[in-house]
Ligand binder design. Structure first.
Ligand code: ZN
Ligand code: ZN
Length: 692
């Protein structure tokens, strides 16, 4: 075997699909070397060897070894196994690629067409294939279907996209510079103070993201709830009771509210006006990744990272198009009709797709956002060859139904507002109905609309007032961030990329800067943020992050040079780090305090149900070393409460209260299965206790 074309794919599944698509008989040979599988396909009489990467095979490392010194500004690209001990598979993979490259005559980069994919392919061609980066063609595709892969191979771009590559390399390099220097500064300061090694980290995007969370947390904590009053009147018409709202939604003055409510008591009402508003609601836009993630979060409670993983798998199964896209557009080169016809082979879509295919023209309702590399996410029309695992199926079905809805008609809705005068005061109640379902039928069950039909009413009609209600309400603080709303704010502020945002969130959890699905900043998170804000405020500013994003866009358009951007970044980091070093002692003390406190906080389970003032926490007996639940009031001599805990496995707060007795509970983890345990010996439900 020689004089073949070497095709580099991003993942093993993609390599297999490419080989299958390009082989004349759809039966490529699977070979392996050093345990690394690759494929040989026959295509128009030429041999094609398709070899997979495993995502990034190269990474950045410092020129100088050692993890204690900073600032660090000189670095090099190295194979991942050099920088990370665990990445041993990568060594044999790179050896295989190098061997295969020696006898290859032509090279094709078939990695995903986006920033990351471009960097992956470029590094392999440059470092593993012997400087072939300027002699390689580039396949560009958005789905792994046979049709598109054949076309992408036949019409491969004559060279790599160097603008995109430069932008990608720059992103990795500046993120590395920020990450390594700031994380080392935090870690070194902590260790110099306490002698203990604890990994603390922050980064170019992580810092500003933490800033969002801290700012929200501060608003919530300093929020002073003030009351206001709401008035409702239960109005009876046609034997049904409707709750009518007083026109002024919030009454700040209690006296005023009471006077109005009292003067409406036992009075009749008269219908004064009926306002009918009809409106059309256009179909939704095709999915970009962010919208898919937020939709999956609200429908299925899938965290953004999980949705991306599932979408990625569906892409590798050739069921949907490439998910890492910002586009809300579906270009007409995508053969809508064929996709609909193929989807119609599945029973559940047959009726809907047949209806759409009867249309004169198929025109999607597109959004404004574009992405130079990929269209919006759409189903390829392929059907799963075997039953999909339930969560994957959910995402696939959501993508399919969204695609169908996009081609449909607007929905027509009607809102009806009835104004009632009660002793001179105006109230209203409203109904809503659907006049035409339009796209909603296609997007069901992912869209819900509760109709509320009103009985026929006439102007001047007298209605009974059954009751008036006066309610004291407290203004609510803004809600805590959840993964979906944080993602949205990151997108809006243009920090991070669609490929990295979900991972950055996870890092904040892993480092214990935040906790809970309703993201709460821990005291460690607060302190780390405080340190950064005091000593290097620039690096946590969203402005800087945004400016850098803009510069990377300019690199991509060949309007700016990578070297210049790196010089700028070093110019920003250097003085901050020097200043930080001078304050190392103060910072070290502050961070150690925070770490100690957060360790204690993690042991706290909840308020003590016995003395009602102390906190229950997980404690260890000095004599026996056994763990138990104690109360913090014990140290003040006020509460001697203590409870037994299982001695095996790990125990921590579950964050939940026992449904039977209301006491705080712990989560016990042994091997893989965690369970929630109520340690109250008198709890009416003692099922959990039996296991201990
Ligand atoms: Zn107590
Ligand atoms: Zn209980």
């Amino acid at each position: 075997m020689d004089n073949y074309t070497l095709v580099i794919a991003e993942k093993p599944d993609a390599a297999k699909r490419i080989a299958l698509a390009l082989d004349k008989r759809e039966k490529p040979r699977k070979l392996s070397e050093n345990g690394v599988p690759y494929y040989v396909a026959k295509h128009n009489g030429v041999e094609i060897v398709v070899v997979p990467a495993l995502g990034h095979l190269y990474t950045i490392a410092a020129e100088r070894k050692g993890r204690n010194h900073y600032p660090v500004f000189s670095f090099k690209w190295v194979p991942r196994y050099v920088a990370e001990r665990k990445a041993t598979r990568i060594r044999s993979l790179l050896q295989t690629i190098t061997t295969l490259a020696k006898k290859a005559e032509a090279f094709v980069d078939a990695c995903d067409f986006d920033v990351e994919g471009c960097v992956i392919g470029y590094c392999i061609l440059k470092y593993a294939c012997g400087a072939k980066e300027h002699k390689s063609k580039r396949m560009k595709f958005s789905t792994l279907t046979k049709r598109e892969l054949e076309k992408a191979y036949a019409e491969a771009l004559p060279q790599l996209d160097f603008g995109l590559i430069e932008a990608g390399l720059t992103r990795h390099e500046i993120d590395w510079l920020f990450g390594i220097n700031l994380s080392r500064a935090l870690t070194v300061a902590t260790r110099k103070w306490s002698g203990k090694y604890v990994t603390l980290s922050t980064g170019r995007v992580q810092g500003p993201t933490l800033k969002f969370l801290v700012a929200r947390e501060e608003v919530i904590r300093s929020f002073v709830p003030t009351p206001y009053w709401k008035i409702r009147a239960q109005v009876e018409t046609d034997g049904r009771v409707f709750e009518a709202r007083y026109v002024k939604e919030r009454i700040e003055n209690k006296k005023e509210a009471e006077t109005i409510a009292n003067s409406c008591k036992d009075k009749k009402g008269q219908i004064e006006e009926i306002a009918i508003r009809e409106f059309k609601q256009p179909p939704p836009f095709p999915f970009d990744l962010g919208t898919l993630q937020s939709e999956a979060y609200s429908l299925f409670s899938f965290a953004p990272r999980r949705t991306l993983n599932l979408a990625q798998q569906l892409y590798l199964d050739a069921l949907i198009s490439y998910p890492r896209t910002d586009s809300q557009k579906l270009p007409s080169t995508i053969d809508y009709a064929t996709i609909l016809k193929n989807l119609g082979k599945a029973e559940q879509y047959y009726k809907l797709t047949s209806e759409l295919l009867l249309k004169q023209t198929l025109k999607p309702n597109e959004g404004y956002n574009e992405d130079p590399a990929h269209p919006a996410i759409y189903p390829t029309g392929n059907l799963p060859q075997r039953a999909l695992e339930p969560s994957k199926r959910k995402i696939w079905d959501l993508v399919v139904r969204r695609f169908l809805a996009v081609f449909s008609e607007p929905a027509a809705k009607q809102n009806m507002k009835v104004y009632v005068k009660i002793n001179g005061h105006r109230f209203h109640f409203s109904g809503r109905r659907i006049l035409a379902q339009g796209w909603m039928r296609y997007y069901e069950p992912y869209v819900k609309f509760d109709e509320l039909l009103l009985p026929p009413t006439k102007k001047g009609q007298i209605v009974n007032v059954k009751k008036t209600l006066l309610e004291e309400v407290f203004k609510e603080p803004p809600p805590r961030y959840n993964p979906s709303s944080l993602l949205k704010d990151m997108e809006e502020a243009r920090i991070g990329t669609k490929a990295t945002r979900a991972d950055i969130m996870q890092t904040l959890y892993d480092r214990r800067y935040i906790e809970g699905e309703r993201m709460t900043v821990t005291s460690l998170g607060f302190e780390v943020f405080d340190v950064l804000e005091k000593h290097c405020p620039q690096v946590i500013s969203t402005d800087l992050t945004r400016q850098l994003e803009e510069k990377m866009d300019r690199i991509r358009e060949n309007k700016e040079k990578r070297e210049d951007v790196l010089t700028d970044v070093i110019g920003i980091l250097h003085p901050s780090l020097v200043a930080f070093k001078e304050e190392e002692k103060v910072v070290g003390e502050q961070l150690n305090d925070a770490l100690e406190r957060s360790k204690l906080e993690e042991r706290i389970i909840g308020t003590c149900p016995v003395c009602k003032t102390g906190k229950l926490f997980i404690n260890y007996s000095r004599k026996t070393g056994k763990r138990f639940v104690g109360c913090t009031s014990y140290f003040k001599g006020l509460c001697k409460t203590c409870f037994r805990l299982p001695q095996r496995g790990t125990v921590g707060s579950s964050g939940k209260n026992c449904p039977a007795c209301g006491w705080p509970t712990v989560e016990v983890r042994m091997k893989s299965h965690p369970w929630v345990l109520c340690f109250n010996p008198e709890c009416p439900s003692k099922t959990g206790n039996e296991k201990s």
